[in-house]
Write a protein of this length. Structure first.
Length: 311
């Protein structure tokens, strides 16, 4: 299967000015970009090594874990002490972070973990609608199988903000802090906004249904199913006060073509940052929604700052 480049994914994902629906669904193939990452060596053991020399190599190793009948790929650069988990945006696999991982590891000495959500990268495809509770369960189970249950700095881009919100709400003791990178946040998905997103994205959903077996179309269709009900519920989710959070919002937002919706996206980030203690709002100047690509320097700084203050 041919690879889909990051530029192609971003273009497809943002065909519509209001395509948060397809942005959260993603538009990557199940093959992903990880097949081009030779540094990912296979590991037969799920539990992470704690040997003193493990942190010196800086080599990312592939750990395949099994949860709920499917396999998930976790890529681990072993360090000492704390753990930084990077969760990719919709349609992106773990390769979204490939340039940041070695820098984070070198600068912090932390164990750095990326992973491929079901249907992306090296992880198995799971048929049916995309369900945030399944994604949450996958990430939690994978981390637990790797022996990671506390002292985690969670970094979440775009759709991963939904996973982060539910995971942190139910497991606050697992996390020492979070960096939410232009992430989906509960305040944005109001009863007024959800129908706008659905209406704007419907032509893309209809087109995708003409070729439902195509991987990127499968991603769009799976997220469209039950979108309204799921995001009404997401709107009510509260972030735990015990988990500090840096809220990064892009200057252009994923809704740059619609000033009204773009402002609502910014307002939601500001509201989220103001609604609890230990939350900081940071604007990624000059950045599109693809903040990790456009402003890797800023993302790196905010992750390192969060990790340093919590450990």
């Amino acid at each position: 299967m041919p690879r889909t480049t990051r530029t192609q994914r971003s273009t497809y994902r943002l065909l519509s000015a209001l395509a948060v629906l397809t942005m959260t669904a993603g538009a990557a193939t199940a093959c992903g970009d990880n097949d081009s990452a030779p540094e990912h060596a296979a590991s037969s053991s799920a539990t992470l090594s704690t040997s003193p020399g493990a942190s010196q190599s800086g080599v990312s190793k592939l750990h395949m874990v099994t949860h709920d009948g499917h396999r998930l790929a976790f890529h681990v650069t072993q360090g000492n002490g704390h753990t930084i988990v990077l969760d990719s945006g919709g349609g992106e696999d773990s390769s979204q972070w490939k340039d940041l991982v070695p820098k984070l590891h070198a600068d912090t000495g932390a164990t750095v973990i990326t992973y491929d959500r079901a249907g992306l990268g090296k992880s198995d495809v799971v048929p049916g609608p995309w369900k945030v509770d399944s994604a949450v369960s996958d990430l939690k189970s994978g981390l637990e199988q790797l022996g990671v249950t506390k002292n985690v700095t969670l970094v979440s881009h775009s759709q991963a903000g939904e996973i982060a919100s539910y995971l942190a709400k139910d497991n606050p003791k697992m996390f020492s802090g979070a960096v939410l990178v232009d992430a989906n946040l509960p305040p944005f998905f109001t009863d007024e906004e959800i129908p706008r997103l659905l209406a704007a994205s419907q032509p893309q959903v209809d087109e995708a249904k003409k070729d439902p077996d195509k991987p990127e179309n499968r991603q769009i269709i799976s997220t469209a199913e039950g979108f309204a009900l799921a995001h009404k519920a997401f709107h009510e989710v509260t972030w735990p006060d015990a988990v500090p959070a840096t809220v990064m919002v892009s200057e252009k937002t994923p809704l740059d073509g619609s000033p009204v919706d773009a402002q609502r996206w910014r307002d939601a980030a500001a509201s989220f940052a103001q609604d609890g203690p230990n939350r900081t709002l940071v604007t990624a100047k000059g950045s599109s929604h693809e903040v990790p690509k456009d402003r890797p320097d800023l993302v790196l700084k905010e992750i390192e700052d969060m990790a340093a203050t919590q450990h």
